[in-house]
Design a protein around this ligand. Structure first.
Ligand code: ATP
Length: 237
């Protein structure tokens, strides 16, 4: 199968500070890939670079085999990428429904069944009840659901999720993760940046571990031993 998205020796950073030192990543159509690593390993930077939010050489990121590195974020959205950013970044002062509708304006061509407001409400029923409520009055978990729903309404082929479980109660995390298979069933590939390694392993088919801007381990999620993950996560001493 040819890759949906691949990165090739991807280098990115902030000004003179290099955060990624040559990342090779591959995501196939419809698959779920987890990205783990300690704070500061470069996970968010990798998602931002893929999304077009950081300057990158064209050949370092390929979508359907075509070089797209450094393309503007709105172009990446049109090509079928969407991000659930760290910290959710919702539009405060706007209702749940207004936040959800924003994404449809720049949507890509739908994958299989297009995402609609009704489908997002079926995925997260609480959002229908709260449709007219301003987002700052929602719980953290509900805000995360809005952030995911908003990204889905951009009709992504590839959804990049940055720590969607962060700061949420275990019950809410389970609820959000339970929605992911339905997103995959629509043909959407997922990249999950996740601090909880067990959760990352269970939710994905393949896993990459980053350490200080480099991939220290990758493989089939179900086959990687815990001690190999620990060594890759913390660095072999
Ligand atoms: P976390 O779990 O803390 O989000 P991460 O693996 O996502 O960690 P990044 O946020 O990608 O890591 O950070 C990688 C490196 O880039 C770190 O050294 C961090 O301090 C630095 N960095 C991240 N964002 C910026 C920024 N906006 N400006 C300058 N340096 C940054």
């Amino acid at each position: 199968m040819s890759a949906l998205l691949s990165t090739h020796g991807l280098i990115a950073g902030y000004g003179d500070m290099r955060a990624l030192h040559g990342i090779d990543l591959r995501v196939d159509p419809g698959e779920t890939v987890a990205l783990i690593g300690a704070n500061g390993a470069g996970k968010s930077t990798l998602l931002r670079a893929i999304m077009g939010l950081l300057p990158v050489a064209p050949d370092m990121i390929r979508l359907d085999g075509k070089p797209v590195g450094g393309s503007a974020p709105h172009r990446m959205v049109r090509e079928g990428l969407a991000i659930v950013p760290e910290g959710r970044r919702l539009f405060t002062g706007m209702s749940v429904e207004e936040n959800l509708r924003v994404a449809s304006e720049h949507a890509a061509d739908p994958v299989a069944e297009p995402w609609t407001l009704e489908r997002v409400y079926a995925l997260f029923p609480i959002l229908k009840e709260k449709a007219r409520i301003s987002v700052e009055n929602l719980s953290g978990g509900q805000q995360q659901m809005v952030s995911i729903g908003r990204a889905l309404l951009a009709q992504p082929r590839l959804l990049l999720c940055d720590e969607i479980s962060l700061g949420l109660a275990p019950k809410v995390v389970r609820e959000i993760y339970a929605a992911l298979p339905e997103i995959s069933a629509n043909g959407t590939a997922l990249v999950l940046v996740e601090q909880d390694v067990g959760l990352a392993q269970r939710a994905s088919q393949r896993l990459y571990c980053l350490l200080e801007g480099r991939v220290t381990l990758h493989g089939q999620s179900g086959e990687i031993a815990r001690d190999a993950i620990s060594a890759a996560y913390f660095g072999a001493s």
